[in-house]
Design a protein around this ligand. Sequence first.
Ligand SMILES: *Cc1c(COP(=O)(O)O)cnc(C)c1O
Length: 361
Amino acid sequence: MAYKLCKKVRELEPYEPIQGNYKIRLDANESFFNFPDDLKAEINDIIREIDFNRYPDPMALELTKAFADYYSISPENITVTNGSDEMLYLLSSALMKSGSNVVVVDPDFSMYSFYSFLSENNIFTYKKNKDHDINVDELLSFMFENNADMVIFSNPCNPTGRGISSDDARKLVNGAGDCLVVIDEAYMDFWNQSLLKEANEYQNLIVLKTASKAVGAAGIRLGFAIANPLITKALRSVKSPYNVNTLSQKIGACIYRKKDLLKERANEIIKNTKTLYIDILKVVDNYKLPFRVFITCANFVFVETDYAKNIYEMLLENGIAVRYFPKYSSLRITTGTVKENNEFVINFEKYIIKNILKRNR
Ligand SMILES: *Cc1c(COP(=O)(O)O)cnc(C)c1O
């Protein structure tokens, strides 16, 4: 007899983002800003002072305070993790049990059902309507029909960029009964319908945040869960004690103190996304193409088209990476700098002139 991997992991493949050297990266919803040089210098000084021989602070106190201060919430509601991905895994594996009923929505961030699959939860998928909007009454019925223990979704949604209003989100939390509601607000810095500030008031709500998007610190892996003190105590108890390394904690604390810089940059990203959306729409309207371009509440634009795969491949050949979703025959284009966005739009239009218009003539 020899050890055999159990069935659920045997056929999995490691997560592989787009590899290769593309001059323009619009595929991962990252911020197009790196940190400015003076901030990098400040970070260098911080690193020089670190006691590398010591374990990190398990409660990430300094970082928790800086994060709390940035969003005007209380430190006692916050749990810090190694990216929100770590928290997603903890939610399905530690807060849920094997056999717990987890409701996800579709389209949405695929990691929710992935971790639930690994944790042997029962997964129930609520299909959004064709405009990719969530009808909260329908979702509530779906949750009750399936006896949901947890519902989890992103607001605004990755990959569609669509969102539900804070009133709808409240209605969902208030109507969910004893079901845990997890709202992943990874992109809420680009919109204004957050429940973050009121998370403390609910018995059944967890709001997730990350430093990977608007804050522009995907490289140091910081995620945050915000909930009432009872839930927070549980989350702090189930995470591994030294989950966030000292460098990330110290650098994160430093970054969240740069309030003006962060807000300024979020606004710049919002501005570029709007222009990108308008420019894509112009091309689509100009040639009267049956493409669907979705109004976005995030830092990317979602485009549905039968040509998604071909456009994606052509862009790669020209050094531009965007995200392609075979399942939805769609592209998700993260906003870059003005220059990068222009280059994308030029190539997008070129493809249409060369391949779509010619063929239809
Ligand atoms: C990018 C993203 C995250 C961030 O995950 P990290 O592990 O913090 O980098 C979380 N949720 C959604 C919906 C995302 O798109």
